[in-house]
Design a protein around this ligand. Sequence first.
Ligand SMILES: Nc1ncnc2c1ncn2[C@@H]1O[C@H](COP(=O)(O)OP(=O)(O)OP(=O)(O)O)[C@@H](O)[C@H]1O
Ligand SMILES: [Mg+2]
Length: 407
Amino acid sequence: MRFATKSATRGCLCRGWAVRAGIMSKVLLKGLKKIYDNKVTAVHDVNLEIEDKEFIVLVGPSGCGKSTTLRMVAGLEEISEGELYIDGKLCNDIAPKDRDIAMVFQNYALYPHMTVYQNMAFALKLKKRPKAEIEKKVQEVAQILDITQYLDRKPKALSGGQRQRVAIGRAMVRDPKVFLMDEPLSNLDAKLRNQMRAEIIKLRQRINTTFMYVTHDQTEAMTLGDRIVIMKDGYVNQIGSPVEVFNKPVNLFVAGFIGMPVMNFFDNCRLLLENGVYYAEIRGVRFQLDEFQQKALQQNGQKPCEIIAGIRPQHISVGKGELSALIEVSEMLGTEVNLHTRSNNDEVVMVIPTVDLQTDVSMGKTINFTTQPRLIQLFDKTSGNNLIWFDDKSAAADAPVCKQYNF
Ligand SMILES: Nc1ncnc2c1ncn2[C@@H]1O[C@H](COP(=O)(O)OP(=O)(O)OP(=O)(O)O)[C@@H](O)[C@H]1O
Ligand SMILES: [Mg+2]
């Protein structure tokens, strides 16, 4: 059984409402499994230790078990196997209302006949909190979310983003130990989504609570998460900081899922070993691997093998190198140019900074390209695991063989 923890502490911006002195909100998922009545195993053996005040994002394609995992933490779905602890307390059999958590859903439904104030006050009223306390709490939260001026309005008189903020506010007034959010931005348009994403980052600094956030959007995951949990088919494939999962993807799936544009994959390549030195051979061109790659491969006793080589579009440079490609589409974006090229039978996408660009990158041109060997990701052709970054202790060791890299 493996756990991933985050020991680093973050700067704590405790102010006003946000002060939760002495309240810890650690969440531990220990071998969590969900088998639905129809015998579908939606979640297999999730092990995750979420630190107090940490922002964890669960990300993965549709159906991979993100919502199921979150709903087990919320208590909305029974846990089939494993244990859930909140602050060291076993919560498997504790009712949702007694777990001290709040959840915001994608399809949040505000009460249409109530004002924003009444919507936000509702949960506290049910709890029979004193009127003065409710008033104080709603006003404080409204201020944080910048919706004070809408407190007397009905939801139908609000924009999508404002309604979303009310939905978040409704959860915030309960002052939860853990904030669970299931795709809270997915029904907003692209511009509003970006705005709300920034709002959530600010909010998170202010309210200083543990977050579990579900999305299928990797940009959202990368920008919001302290750590990201990448899931596929009910299995956790990797848990790490945004930088870790970007630079050290443990398998083909993670490599292809994280990063925009998607990593280029070259199948039928080879890892060579000559006179104790490792090379990656990509389309007949040899790259002598960097020192750290040599060491890692040596330590693993890696034998020469067939590999799939991965190169990120941002890690390609043009105008030199032995590989060549025909530019089919050239998209000038100002600071960079996106090139969609064909190199023999491979489609290769390149993101090239324009600042020192000397090469003609117009459509129809043939260019040479290369990369730095240390930036080449080496995947075992059979298992799909990264020869450098996968290890038996990583979360992905539980996941089945990962050959998939076309999405
Ligand atoms: N109530 C249910 N009964 C049976 N199977 C279910 C039930 N709810 C979900 N599933 C199945 O469990 C798997 C995981 O579903 P889940 O809703 O957790 O996925 P998700 O990652 O949240 O996907 P999405 O991004 O589409 O919301 C899917 O195969 C789904 O069909
Ligand atoms: Mg879902």
